[in-house]
Design a protein around this ligand. Sequence first.
Ligand SMILES: O=C([O-])C(=O)C[C@H](O)[C@@H](O)C(=O)[O-]
Ligand SMILES: [Mg+2]
Length: 406
Amino acid sequence: MKISDLIITPLAFADPALLNSTGVHEPLALRTVVQLVVDGGLVGLGEGSGEREVLDRLELVRAAIIGQSVFDTSAIELIVAAVLGPDVTPLQKRAVFSIIEVACLDAQGKLLSVPVVDLLGGAVRSEVPYSGYLFYKWAGHPDAVADGWGEALDPAGIVDQARRMIDLHGFRSLKLKGGVFPPDEEIAAMRALAGAFPGMPLRIDPNGAWSVETSKYVARELAGVLEYLEDPTLTTAAMAEVAAVASMPLATNMCVISPETVPEAVRLNAVQIVLSDHHYWGGLRHTRELGAICDTFGLGMSMHSNSHLGVSLAAMTHVAAATPDLAYACDTHYPWNSLDDVVTTPFEFVDGALAVPAGPGLGVELNEAKLAELNRRYVESGRTTRADTAYMRLVDPAYDPTLPRF
Ligand SMILES: O=C([O-])C(=O)C[C@H](O)[C@@H](O)C(=O)[O-]
Ligand SMILES: [Mg+2]
């Protein structure tokens, strides 16, 4: 069962004008889908970052993995590391390997007629809950018609957006991307959500936009309101200062980002919940291992996302189903991007959760026409990287993304 080809396809898909602490999402988000072909023509799918440097690294690795057994992911991981060499960081290597690992697992599952979750040890939960991911947003992109979601720039707008998310998808927890407006406005938004949806687990993530003092202030103001407070401030040491006084757990996908970053966070008791992301942690099996690390140190586990399509969502769902520690509802951007999905049957949340796809492998199929359309869009766009700050500066030339902002 040898790998005979790796077809690498960069894609660009529609993304609303979602605001964050460094700017605003551009009209097109970038992504890569790979088709890993094994002898006999069977194809495994993987999805990951669409950054040019990731595409270049996938191209570099391509020739070296052809001829390897699709079951030999340990050897493939070593090959990826060797080909990319010492100038590419372990984190950057993991971003490349994760895409290939998922494609290998999809192919393995198809060859064995079992779902990927079974290759990860089997399901410990039959459905995976996701949280409704709320964003401050403009009604539409500058010079474009408004999107169907409308504007959300104040507490009432955020509550309306949450209601729509819940009506459409049934989410049972909510996360607000913060770090956009002065903290008192975001505190008001969280209180408005708590008032509108009593008992709903709530999170806010300003991506390090607040100083330590501001973070402590927000933690005090939102005591009893938040399920967890995500990355209020930058650096592990600063998170530890906040954690020492916060009544709610602190969560992170910014200061614990790899095995190397765990020891300091544990030593300082800087975070209580780690947001996994198989795209950064080196694939689905390493994400399971992160579960064991969290278990060892008594940390909770949740899941981070970036703009993504259905191949990633399938992989996220399989690994979350197989990871006992991953007990918090996972993040996903999918509701913002699902209209442009490249899988033949886009996912539908039921009560805010997804059943683990039952088909062999990831349980999704590529919509070839859509893949070609999104690849055309990528080529025509001339885009090679995500640039939230540069895009924001087209509207506000003085925009300063320096963190902490508040
Ligand atoms: O939890 C997070 O940090 C994210 O979801 C990161 C993303 O890049 C988010 O900030 C976004 O999409 O603007
Ligand atoms: Mg985050």
